[in-house]
Ligand binder design. Structure first.
Ligand SMILES: Cc1cc2nc3c(=O)[nH]c(=O)nc-3n(C[C@H](O)[C@H](O)[C@H](O)COP(=O)(O)OP(=O)(O)OC[C@H]3O[C@@H](n4cnc5c(N)ncnc54)[C@H](O)[C@@H]3O)c2cc1C
Length: 281
């Protein structure tokens, strides 16, 4: 896989940051732009995550969803589901956040050079894939066809509508979006994201597939990609597990012989396949 940017030499020590800007994506999801209080934010590789710490509440893993070419402002997209993510969503401008990271493995963009690239995202899964799309498009000439297949529950759950509009306008990128349930005014596809795979234009034998979404969705996506003839060795998944330390010490995110925080979250499908259906072991 691509060389991964290492976390700081003091990986348990949060870097003090503050909220610079917040954008509401959907009813329950916000994108936060953080900046370091002093010097300190380094580079990250697409697919990596940070541990975000809200003082007095707790710490959670959140993927980095911004542009790797502009690492000085850290961008994270957060769905507000529980105590910590709601506290992140409520932070006032200038509010304090501790950041540890970047952690984990990244999407195999170097290996994908010369191949077609199919990006399949379900729901929040587009967040860790957005930096990969930025990086692919920044060096567009290095890749064959690039296809984004994105599924959300409803039109109101679509993330990054400005990016989607811009990407759809490009001739060198195929963007297909579908929703599980349409609402008034939706004129696009209706159905799960797997329904987009059979008609997407890519050369299966020389395609690298990057997949992120709920585990059940990834299982069906893998099946469809295999049916099109994409080799197992060219399919990469980002796994989500409950994690605490982020550095392979505490064991919370163990998945078979792997720690998802350290050996993942991005895994070659071939490596993770035997453990794919199992919850925390
Ligand atoms: C590597 C990695 C990357 C991640 N990247 C992101 C990201 O970019 N954006 C993001 O929003 N989340 C991301 N998550 C998930 C995020 O870490 C969890 O949603 C968060 O830990 C929940 O913490 P909490 O204290 O707010 O909620 P908790 O109190 O832990 O959970 C409250 C309730 O919400 C449910 N829940 C927890 N997580 C989710 C979820 N993702 N979707 C729906 N229900 C959930 C729980 O089952 C529980 O019932 C990532 C997780 C991992 C492991």
């Amino acid at each position: 896989m691509s060389p991964t940017v290492e976390a700081s030499p003091a990986p348990l020590w949060p870097l003090p940051c503050r909220l610079h800007a917040r954008r509401r994506e959907t009813r329950d999801t916000v994108t936060l732009e953080l900046e370091a209080v002093g010097p300190g934010l380094g580079e990250f590789a697409p697919g990596q995550f940070n541990m975000l710490y809200v003082f007095g509440v707790g710490e959670v893993p959140i993927s980095i969803s911004g542009d790797p070419a502009h690492p000085g402002r850290l961008v994270h997209t957060v769905r507000m589901v529980g105590a910590v993510t709601r506290a992140l969503g409520r932070l006032p401008r200038g509010g304090a956040v501790g950041v540890r990271g970047p952690f984990g493995t990244s999407w195999p963009l170097e290996e994908a050079a010369g191949s077609d690239v199919v990006v399949v995202a379900g729901g929040m899964g587009l967040a860790p894939l957005r930096p990969a799309l930025y990086a692919l498009l920044a060096r567009r000439e290095r890749f064959g066809r690039i296809v984004l297949l994105y599924g959300a529950r409803t039109p109101g759950d679509l993330l990054y509508v400005t990016d989607l509009r811009r990407w759809r306008a490009r001739m060198d990128l195929e963007v297909e979006v579908t929703v599980d349930a349409a609402t008034d005014g939706w004129r696009g596809d209706v159905g799960v994201v797997t329904t987009l795979i059979p008609r997407a234009r890519f050369e299966p034998a020389s395609t690298v597939a990057l997949v992120c979404g709920p585990e059940v969705m990834m299982r069906f996506v893998v099946r469809e990609l295999q049916a099109r003839g994409v080799p197992d060795g060219s399919i990469y998944l980002s796994m989500e597990r409950n994690m605490h330390c982020g550095i392979g010490q505490c064991g919370h995110c163990q998945c078979g012989p792997f720690f998802v925080c350290r050996d993942g979250p991005v895994f070659p499908y071939r490596r993770i396949a035997p453990f794919f259906r199992l919850r925390e072991l």
